[in-house]
Design a protein around this ligand. Structure first.
Ligand SMILES: [Zn+2]
Length: 255
C-alpha cells in the first residue's frame, strides 16, 4: 500500500513520517507528445516509478502537480510551460514543508529533462539550508539504460515513452495515429549532444530535433513489455538509489 500524502489524514502523516522520515516526489511535465501520446506522458511515467519506489522504501509518496519547465515545447497546443522561477519556488515550498514535518530524506523522481537544472538547484539549496539529504533520480535515463539492449529508445514520443503510457493506461495510447516510425536525419545525434555529461549543446525548440515535434518508434512498446515497465525501471532505480544512499551514509558515519 502506498502512503500517499494527499490521501493520509494528518495523524496518519505524523505516524508515517515518524516511522520513516523519507519522502518520494514525482516530477514530470505537461507538453505536446505528438499525435499518439497524451500531454502528461512525462508526469504519468514519473508517477508510476515514484509510487513504486516509495512503496518499496516504505516512504511517503508526495504528489507534486503535473507541470514542469518545458520552454522547448512552448506554443504547441497542450504544452504548459512553467517558468524556472515558478517551478523552483513550488518545489522549494513543497520540500520545505516536508522537512518541517520531519522528513529527513527527499527523493526526487524525474522524467523530464527540462526539470533537471532546476531540481538540482533546489535540492542543493535546501540541503545546504536544512538538515536533510536530497537524492535525484532521472528515471527516463534509467529506462533508457535498461531497455537499450532490447532496442528501446528514449526519444520524445518514441518507444520508451509510449511504453510508459501503455503501462499507465493503455486507453491513452493512440499508436495508429503515429504512422510509420520516424527518424529525422541527425535527431539521434542531437539527443546525444544535449545529453552528454562532458561536452554538450542545447536545444531550445523541439523543431531542432524533429519537425513534427516527436520521433522514434512507438510500435516498439508492446503490452508484454508494458506489463513489466514499472517493475523493471523501479528495480533498476532502487538498486542505484540504494548504492548512492549507502555512499552518503558511509561517509557520514565516518565523521
Ligand atoms: Zn516526454
Amino acid at each position: 500500500m502506498i502512503a500517499n500524502l494527499a490521501e493520509l489524514t494528518s495523524p496518519e502523516t505524523a505516524e508515517a513520517v515518524a516511522r520513516s522520515p523519507l519522502a518520494v516526489l514525482p516530477l514530470g511535465s505537461v507538453e505536446q507528445h505528438g499525435p499518439h501520446l497524451p500531454n502528461g506522458t512525462d508526469t504519468m511515467a514519473a508517477e508510476l516509478i515514484a509510487q513504486a519506489v516509495a512503496e518499496r522504501l516504505g516512504a511517503v509518496y508526495v504528489p507534486f502537480g503535473p507541470y514542469g519547465v518545458t520552454p522547448i515545447h512552448a506554443g504547441h497546443p497542450g504544452t504548459i510551460n512553467l517558468r524556472r522561477e515558478t517551478f523552483e519556488a513550488l518545489l522549494t515550498d513543497v520540500c520545505t514543508e516536508l522537512i518541517r514535518m520531519g522528513v529527513q530524506t527527499l527523493v526526487l523522481v524525474n522524467w523530464h529533462e527540462g526539470n533537471i537544472a532546476s531540481m538540482n538547484a533546489v535540492a542543493t539549496n535546501l540541503q545546504d539550508r536544512f538538515d536533510a539529504a536530497f537524492f535525484a533520480v532521472q528515471a527516463c535515463y534509467t529506462a533508457q539504460r535498461v531497455y537499450r539492449q532490447d532496442g528501446g529508445e528514449l526519444t520524445h514520443g518514441g518507444g520508451i515513452e509510449t511504453l510508459a503510457v501503455l503501462a499507465y493506461d493503455p486507453v491513452l495510447v493512440k499508436t495508429d495515429r503515429a504512422g510509420e516510425p520516424t527518424r529525422p536525419p541527425g535527431a539521434l545525434a542531437m539527443d546525444r549532444m544535449r545529453r552528454s555529461h562532458e561536452v554538450y549543446g542545447f536545444i531550445t525548440d523541439v523543431s531542432e530535433l524533429a519537425d513534427g515535434g516527436w520521433y522514434g518508434d512507438p510500435r516498439w512498446a508492446t503490452p508484454e513489455r508494458a506489463e513489466q515497465f514499472t517493475k523493471t525501471v523501479s528495480d533498476a532505480v532502487l538498486s542505484s538509489l540504494e548504492a548512492v544512499m549507502r555512499a552518503r551514509t558511509i561517509r557520514r558515519d565516518d565523521r
